[in-house]
Design a protein around this ligand. Structure first.
Ligand code: MRU
Length: 345
């Protein structure tokens, strides 16, 4: 699998996900503002990948700070961190990564700029490596929920490309496959960005895991015909009560799954849980541009001037979620109690 993001000398390079699968193109970030632009413009996307990119972006930003004192260094660093925080609002992994990087600077009071820059670079490398390891652990826990011969529906792309590598929802799929289970995946195409068609199908085909793509609106009918055994998605933020923010369309998949008595699993690292928010309605949902709905590529297909609503995420209430798969194990309902317990372990 092509790496989602990596250091290339003093720069960061990421595979340009807007162009996949037709072209494998590298997008180079020479400064932290390039990273912010890449996150906002969907060059890199997916909650854990956004977190990793933010951490690396802060290390890159810190590299250019020319401060004479520690106080001046941390002041400048925090300004960059504030800018980074605004890149995209829904995935809490971004805030998690910014806080972790800021912690490094705060713990190095009085040290030289050179020392802090090196520590930040190392921390960003650790965050990337840990993310991959976390996904592998999540995969091992989650694969126990996947029976041999299962057909799994997934929405959006929660794969290697949405993370540092291996994936969350697709990490579970990969682990089941690696454990010899004969599985098939049905990928919702995931309008408007087509992450399911362009990225999930691409990743699974590369791994030799059977995959079929469906139009988003075909999921309900297939469930009713008993052609789907379980659903696994990723998450952008999980509230303390287990409500899940994920790609727009996830909510309707979850409701359909419950109606058809199909388990609906969410695979996400603990960094996606936001214990500061009690309920899902408190999660900020990004609204994106009208052109994403009205255009296909550069071609305008909608009537000029038509009103458009384009929420990029939705909230699935916890009552539709069967279990949350994390790197520390599987969280079952009641979520308020069990999420708290796992976070405190
Ligand atoms: O807008 P995107 O492509 O960043 O949305 C991505 C998703 O909604 C994913 O399902 C989520 O981030 C989990 S990725 C492991």
């Amino acid at each position: 699998m092509i790496p989602t993001i990596e250091w290339s000398g003093r720069h960061i390079r990421m595979v340009d996900q807007r162009k996949l699968p037709s072209k494998i193109d590298w997008y180079t970030c020479r400064g932290y503002k390039d990273v912010i632009k890449a996150i906002q413009g969907m060059v890199i996307r997916g909650a854990p990948a956004i977190g990793v990119a933010a951490a690396m972006g802060l290390a890159l930003g810190a590299h250019c700070i020319t401060a004479k004192s520690y106080a001046a260094f941390i002041r400048r660093f925090k300004k960059i961190a504030e800018e980074m925080l605004l890149a995209r609002p829904t995935a809490v992994n971004l805030r998690w990564a910014v806080e972790r990087m800021t912690g490094v600077v705060e713990n190095m009071g009085g040290r030289s700029g050179g020392d802090i820059k090196l520590a930040l670079r190392k921390e960003s490398e650790r965050i990337l490596a840990e993310d991959i390891e976390t996904n592998r652990r999540m995969g091992q826990h989650g694969q126990h929920l996947v029976p041999d011969g299962a057909t799994i529906l997934t929405h959006c792309n929660a794969g290697s490309l949405a993370t540092g590598g291996y994936g969350t929802a697709l990490g579970v799929v990969r682990a089941a496959h690696e454990n010899g289970k004969r599985i098939e995946v049905i990928a919702d195409e995931t309008r408007p960005w087509l992450q399911g068609l362009r990225l999930t199908a691409f990743e699974l085909m590369e791994d030799g895991i059977p995959v079929s793509v469906i139009a988003d609106n075909a999921a309900g009918s297939l469930m009713r015909q008993k052609k789907i055994n379980l659903v696994i998605t990723g998450a952008d933020r999980i509230a303390a009560n287990g409500d899940v923010a994920n790609k727009i369309g996830t909510y309707q998949v979850a409701v359909l799954a419950k109606t058809n008595h199909i388990p609906f699993y969410v695979a996400a690292p603990l960094s996606t849980i936001d214990p500061t928010l009690k309920r899902g309605e408190m999660i900020p949902v990004e609204e994106r541009g009208r052109e994403e709905i009205c255009q296909i590529g550069k071609l305008q297909v909608g009537p000029s001037g038509v009103c458009v609503l384009n929420p990029a995420f939705d909230i699935t209430p916890a009552k539709y979620v069967s279990s949350i798969i994390t790197e520390k194990g599987i969280i079952n309902p009641p979520f308020i109690k069990n999420i708290k317990r796992l976070l405190e372990m």
